[in-house]
Design a protein around this ligand. Sequence first.
Ligand code: HEC
Ligand code: HEC
Ligand code: HEC
Ligand code: HEC
Length: 454
Amino acid sequence: MRSLKKFGFVVTVLVAGWMFAATVTPTQAQTVTPDHLHAILAASAADPQPMGKFVGPGSCSASACHGSVTPRNTTKVLQNEYSTWVTEDSHARAYSSLTGSLGRQMSAILKIGPAEKARRCLVCHAISASEGHSTAALDVSEGVSCESCHGAASQWIGPHIQSTAKHADMVRLGLVDSKNLSIRSEKCLTCHLGAPGLHVDHELIAAGHPDLRFELDSYTQTEPPHWVEKAADPLFGMRAWGVGQAVQMRESMLRVARDAESGPWPEFSEMDCITCHHALTGPESWRQKEGYAGHRPGDAPYNVSRYVAFRKFAEEVDPATNHELQGETDKVAHLITTMSPDRAAVISSAKRAASLSDKLLGEVQNASYDRDRTQRLIKSIAGEGDLISRQGERAAEQATMTVDSLYIATAKAGSPSAETRAAIDALFMQVKNPSAYNAPQFAAQMKRVQLSVR
Ligand code: HEC
Ligand code: HEC
Ligand code: HEC
Ligand code: HEC
């Protein structure tokens, strides 16, 4: 239905793009001479953080630039990035979600006035330039647009279209280096997990906001990508998964520390949602049958989903550091689960866990990725189905996205298996209705995934 609804929107925006194309061509940008570029770079070197200004997606949408309707093969890039974003990418609709029925419901419950005017929402649903940071009045209705991910463009928009433009120079002028998977994940997670000043807490969730979950490779495929990955790396999907997991682990620990530092506590969005939000099934309850390992019956456990799958890979890459990370994560989880922990102790363990994750991130980035390693990892994660299933629905969901990403990577590298594909599809069904999540059934399906990998 979404595709039908967006049709009217697409037409208007594309027309706006064409009008732009007709009136503004990149000639202004072409007048940047190599000498001029040198001068700009010298000035930016003197100012280590050049304050670029936002110019808006209309500056990218000329058909000779990124607004072609179909992909081209005359330059290094596809040139239809704008069209892909505007027609297929939900980021282009991030603002209109604020004015839709769910946005309205949230505005009413939270008493924040129209959500599309609330800074609390716009920080993630649009380019939210602070005063003086935009060249023209920014149109927030364009949602999450090019510069939300690629960085404010005023300094690099001219230079970047030169045939001699070097990526590293553009990065010095403020282009976000999203070719670097760690920087890329960090950027996505500012909105998809949270960052200072950008929060989706349980108050927003209770008002109707979807809970935030993320896995770089799966989310990239869903976006969908408007670029062709340049790395000639057949296991690229696994690399993206690994780096994304390490960054996600680090950022989630920093978020715990921030939540413990200020604001309402315990912050329910740090905990396993479904432990509070499932239906009561009486004596047949699998929860009662399995017992409550690791916490007092009735306490809400910490949501460990961002560690369950990553931990198996971290173990392979650097067992000693992973051992320490496991220790700190256990402390965080144990403290939070007691509901009224010593906040200082949470902060100190969470920060230590974040720095251990950062160390692992460096190693994960330099690791080698091949088919055997990927197959082995799918098998070992699927082999922990029992343990993972008992860590809650969110953990099960993260493990599902993981085996899916890893399986797709191996299939692309030449090992497709109809049996594994079907087993993973059935795994997705297990997490489709979170409140009806059943750990023993999930574990049994994981076993089928494990057995299907040869
Ligand atoms: C500036 C904030 C921001 C950044 C940065 C960002 N996103 Fe998003 N993303 C959003 C918002 C807001 C939505 C919800 C859009 C809507 O209203 O439908 C979203 C939605 C999505 C969806 C659709 C999810 C679904 O349930 O269909 C995917 C996939 C996605 N983002 C992937 C990414 C990836 C990959 C990156 C990094 C390369 C990224 N996002 C960076 C804010 C952001
Ligand atoms: C930390 C960043 C962040 C903040 C702050 C934020 N959102 Fe979102 N919002 C997102 C992301 C990311 C998604 C997509 C989640 C997904 O599907 O994985 C989203 C999705 C939504 C959706 C569902 C869109 C759809 O159709 O699927 C609505 C509605 C929404 N947000 C409204 C709001 C409102 C209203 C506020 C302010 C009260 C707000 N958001 C604040 C990041 C944020
Ligand atoms: C949600 C984040 C996000 C948004 C929004 C976004 N991009 Fe991208 N874009 C990426 C990522 C990630 C890559 C892949 C890494 C890279 O090449 O920098 C990429 C790649 C590209 C590339 C290929 C670069 C190359 O050297 O191969 C172009 C061109 C591009 N984007 C243009 C745009 C334009 C134009 C818009 C707006 C219409 C846009 N992007 C919106 C995240 C985003
Ligand atoms: C410690 C228990 C606890 C945890 C953990 C928790 N919640 Fe809640 N949740 C509540 C309570 C209490 C309410 C308010 C119920 C009321 O007022 O009727 C609520 C309300 C909600 C509501 C609105 C109620 C409704 O009927 O739709 C949603 C949605 C929700 N929570 C989702 C989540 C999600 C998603 C998470 C995990 C990120 C989560 N909750 C974690 C206890 C919890």
